[in-house]
Ligand binder design. Structure first.
Ligand code: G6P
Length: 469
């Protein structure tokens, strides 16, 4: 087995199966994958993850300069570890119990077992004294398991979703084990300062460990202590690729075509989300529907395009959410549509990046109304695409991106009246104000791209290594 100096461990591999391309795999569209590609190529890195199909793990293979190590998951493990513990326990609990988390012991058992499998796979491909970077809530136990298997490694963990306040976190029957799992890492990264603070507080309350600034003093089995760093590293996007796409003539032509096909409304509002109850899609539809009903907006003048990409379709809360949203959309459209104009163009589909950027260029107002969101990269993508300094971003204060994107129109999505007023304000905003706000937003997103994020995190890990060696 080849040994790598840098190993990423994530629930999913950075590729998707596609039999129409040579080799049968294509790179996944996400920003994390794009950001790490040059780093992995340079380091001759390896990536440990699930290939996305049940009971089917191909042998390790090389892709774009990275060694990919598939971890098998059976159909039952997908149900218990991925759909169950990851997405029906941790996901709702960490997103402030917007949906009720379910605590099932068989799910936990599967989570432990699968985390161990990922840890063992990582342990077997990492070179002596190498670095492993674990990603996200599906793998919170991996840092500790890996440290026990390979004390020579430097271990990082990045948490892509929120970390909840202690009052909620303490519901988790396995709250100690999860904290101990995470504290196996030398550096634990969070999206917001508040998430790192919640984590440190949970550690103090639950484990009684000392915390000093961002450092947590972790006692080890041999009686020694070490300091783990827990701090914010807000993630971003590969900004330049959005800027480049937005400047392509075919993408700009497509934006005009989209506008035309919607009947050339004066204003296009846009929502782009995974179909998830954390995204506040219902709140957005409620506010918009009322604005049409009140006559403050007219269907002849505005259209809302809502892209809701399919997600976790076998988890009950997602099935129910889809039903509710589709009922609401068809009610609003049934009441408000005319032959020539639609209130909401609803698309339960995923699209390639080119089409998304064309949509961003066509959209006068971008609606990000998440009830809780680790970061929300769509907000950053919209800003990156608007090289013309036009367009208005409405941004929930409960999205991590709100910490950085201060000149967006901030909104509390639970306050429907305020959301309605903010939508009207965005629809009516003069071009000069749009430009002022968008320029400031763009500076943030251009200066802080995902390459900088990964450099900052890896630098912190490197410093952790020199501290302990
Ligand atoms: C969020 C999580 C990721 C996850 C993604 C898609 O962004 O932080 O870890 O990969 O959602 O969800 P899925 O369940 O399809 O992997």
């Amino acid at each position: 087995m080849p040994q790598a100096e840098l190993v990423v461990v994530a629930n999913r591999l950075p590729v998707d199966r596609d039999d129409s391309v040579e080799g049968g795999w294509r790179r996944s569209p996400g920003g994390l994958v794009t950001a790490l590609e040059p780093v992995m190529r340079q380091a001759g890195g390896a990536w440990v993850g699930w290939a996305g199909q049940a009971d089917h793990a191909p042998d390790p293979f090389d892709f774009d300069g990275t060694h990919l190590v598939p971890v098998p998951l059976s159909d039952e493990e997908i149900e218990l570890y991925y759909e169950g513990f990851s997405n029906d326990t941790i996901w709702p609990l960490y997103h402030d119990v917007i949906a009720a988390p379910r605590y099932r012991r068989v799910w936990w058992d599967a989570y432990v077992k699968v985390n161990r499998r990922f840890a063992e796979a990582a342990a077997s491909v990492t070179a002596d004294g190498g670095t492993v970077w674990v990603q996200d809530y599906q793998l919170q136990l991996v840092p500790r398991m890996l440290r026990e298997l390979r004390p020579d490694l430097t271990i990082g963990y990045f948490h892509h979703i929120p970390f909840p306040a202690y009052g909620l976190y303490s519901q988790l029957p396995w709250r100690r084990q999860v904290l101990e799992g995470l504290l196996g890492a030398d550096v634990i990264g969070f999206q917001r300062v508040a998430d790192a603070g919640n984590f440190a507080r949970a550690v103090r309350r639950q484990l009684r460990y000392d915390t000093r600034a961002s450092g947590i003093v972790v006692p080890e089995a041999d009686g020694t202590t070490r300091v783990a760093l827990a701090k914010a590293f807000p993630i971003s996007i590969d900004t330049q690729s959005y800027v480049d796409l937005a400047q392509r003539a075919d993408v700009q032509a497509r934006a005009i075509e989209i506008r035309k096909s919607l009947g050339d409304p004066e204003r296009i509002l846009l929502g782009v989300d995974r179909l998830d109850y954390t995204k506040g899609i219902r709140h957005r539809l409620k506010a918009y529907g009322e604005l049409l009903e009140d006559g403050r907006l007219r269907v002849e003048d505005v259209t809302l395009v809502q892209v809701a990409s399919p997600s976790r379709e076998r988890v009950a809360a997602y099935v129910q959410l889809r039903d509710e949203i589709e009922l609401t959309v068809s009610r609003i459209n049934g009441d408000r549509d005319t032959m020539g104009h639609t209130a909401i163009r609803y698309l339960h589909q995923g699209y390639p990046r080119e089409e998304m950027v064309a949509l961003f260029l066509a959209a006068d107002v971008m609606l990000v109304t998440a009830l809780r969101d680790g970061m929300n990269l769509v907000a950053k993508e919209y800003v990156a695409a608007r090289a013309d300094n036009r367009g208005v971003l409405i941004l929930s204060e409960f999205a991590g991106a709100a910490d950085e994107l201060g000149t967006a129109l901030r909104v509390n999505p639970h306050d429907i009246d305020a959301l309605k007023d903010t939508i009207v304000r965005a629809v009516e905003m003069p071009a000069a104000e749009q430009g002022r706000r968008m320029r400031a937003l763009r500076r943030k997103v251009l200066d802080n791209d995902v390459a900088k994020w990964s450099q900052d995190f890896l630098l912190a890990l490197d410093q952790a290594r020199t501290r302990t060696s």
